[in-house]
Design a protein around this ligand. Structure first.
Ligand SMILES: NC(=O)c1ccc[n+]([C@@H]2O[C@H](COP(=O)([O-])OP(=O)(O)OC[C@H]3O[C@@H](n4cnc5c(N)ncnc54)[C@H](OP(=O)(O)O)[C@@H]3O)[C@@H](O)[C@H]2O)c1
Length: 439
């Protein structure tokens, strides 16, 4: 059985066939997508001007309870048959990961089907390759939901800012770590904040990808691919997670008038994910709990900041449906969605481990936390010796084994970090920016 939705009641339909859609995955995001495809079918068809049918919903376990809205007759446990079905025109992938989902997406593209996906892991690791495949097959792969949940950042970069030279993109990209750091700001330890995030569904039972900064790096890779047209992938982004942050760090941030955030930032030749002190007035300090904040700085546009729900079933499903409408519209007018006018072959991957533009004003807080004296750690982190002149005496020995001495050392170090990070985020002056120079 399939569900058919005419584009416009009482109006002549386009002379092409009804578009046939299949959904892979019906979990947090997929069930939200299914609900919208079924419950808002008329609106989607009307907005896209194209009639569509929902042909099938592939899941892992047929026996799992689903909402009543999802007809059981659409469910199948054979996702591969769905993507091989010549009748299916558009595949929406909401399974996740780089295993079976990758095979299914690749097969769908090879078979000439448009793909809509929320799969950041896949796009961050194999985005350039999959886009090239889609291009070669004359279809599209769209992924508005892969970064920032409901925040319309992918289309902003690819369409609204298509004529812009992007200088920098980044922000607070991971809701789980932001939730944990927000809870720590309210006085909780890292462990209890993580447990709370897991209890409330903001963190997975294995939170590694989030707390180690992998998820933020995935999203940054996707944004950088779009902004700079180069095939940056996650493994090339230097990253530090939040697992070693302590209540001392949060206390220190408060005392200095800063918030502690996991910030991800990319420029054309450099990228980094790191815990950072962000001044309370700064937009990146504003997102609370699981919210995201993303900023794009263009040479002519200046800085544009977007904030909102970075994850969750309904917000992410909303972004998926926006891609579905875009694909339907473009099928309707007989052309393809202009998702990424980038030829990756022209911009070979550079090794971002050794960025040609170092980011001296972003310092990994952990590098200040090693056994070395703070001054030495700061020098190792890239500060010039003269920049450390005038820093209050940094005591590194412990007195009676008490914590305050260690805090004092970190305070001095962090005070410099705080002053040093902020200009990077505040002062990107598009007109003063010189390619290849330090900012
Ligand atoms: N959750 C979020 O807030 C969020 C936000 C942005 C992006 N995303 C992305 O959205 C994607 C989906 O995430 P999610 O949170 O919705 O995951 P999820 O809740 O774990 O759902 C995964 C779905 O995939 C199905 N599935 C697993 N293996 C399958 C297979 N071999 N064949 C067919 N179906 C299979 C599962 O079936 P069963 O239902 O039978 O188990 C389930 O319905 C991921 O790429 C994720 O990164 C999620």
């Amino acid at each position: 059985m399939s569900l058919t939705h005419p584009a416009h009641a009482g109006r002549t339909q386009l002379d092409r066939d009804t578009v046939r859609i299949a959904l892979l995955g019906c979990g947090t995001v997929g069930s939200g997508v299914a609900n919208l495809l079924i419950g808002s079918a008329s609106a989607i068809a009307a907005r896209s001007g194209v009639a569509f049918t929902l042909e099938a919903i592939a899941v892992l376990s047929l026996g799992k309870p689903r909402t009543d809205r999802i007809p059981r007759s659409l469910l199948t446990a054979d996702a591969r048959s769905v993507v091989l079905d010549p009748a299916v025109d558009v595949v929406i992938e909401c399974i996740g990961g780089t295993g079976v989902a990758a095979d299914l997406v690749e097969t769908a593209l090879l078979r000439g089907k448009h793909v809509v996906t929320a799969n950041k892991d896949l796009l961050a690791t194999r985005g350039p390759e999959l886009r090239a495949l889609a291009h070669a097959r004359g279809v599209t792969i769209t992924y508005e939901a892969a970064v920032g949940g409901a925040i319309p950042i992918v289309r902003t970069l690819t369409a609204s800012l298509a004529g812009e030279e992007i200088l920098e993109v980044g922000g607070v990209l991971n809701g789980t770590t932001n939730f944990i750091l927000s809870a720590m700001f309210e006085g909780e330890s890292y462990a209890s904040a993580l447990a709370k995030a897991q209890r409330l569904g903001f963190a997975e039972s294995d939170p590694t990808n989030d707390v180690e900064g992998v998820d933020a790096a995935h999203k940054l890779a996707i944004l950088a691919q779009l902004a700079f047209g180069r095939g940056l992938v996650t493994s090339e982004i230097p990253r530090v997670g939040i697992t070693r942050l302590t209540p001392d760090d949060v206390t220190l941030a408060k005392r200095l008038g800063y918030r502690l955030k996991l910030v991800a930032c990319a420029r054309r030749d450099a990228s980094l994910v790191t815990p950072a002190f962000v001044h309370t007035d700064h937009p990146f300090a504003q997102p609370a709990g699981p919210q995201n904040c993303i900023r794009i700085t263009g040479r002519n546009s200046g800085s544009l900041t977007f904030a909102g729900a970075g994850a969750g079933g309904a917000p992410t499903a909303s972004a998926v449906i926006s891609d579905v409408v875009a694909v339907l519209r473009h099928i309707g007018v007989g052309r393809h969605v202009g998702i990424l006018p980038v030829d990756d072959s022209l911009t070979p991957v550079t090794t971002a481990h050794e960025p040609s533009i170092p980011l001296p004003r972003i310092v990994r807080l952990h590098s200040l936390r090693d056994a070395r004296p703070a001054r030495e750690a700061l020098l190792a982190a890239g500060f010039q010796a003269r920049a450390l002149d005038g820093v209050p005496a940094i005591r590194t020995e412990r007195v009676d084994g008490e914590a305050p001495v260690r805090i004092e050392a970190i305070l001095a170090a962090h005070a410099i970090v705080a002053q040093s990070i902020i200009p990077l985020w505040e002062d990107v002056d598009p007109h003063a920016y010189q390619e290849g120079s330090h900012v």
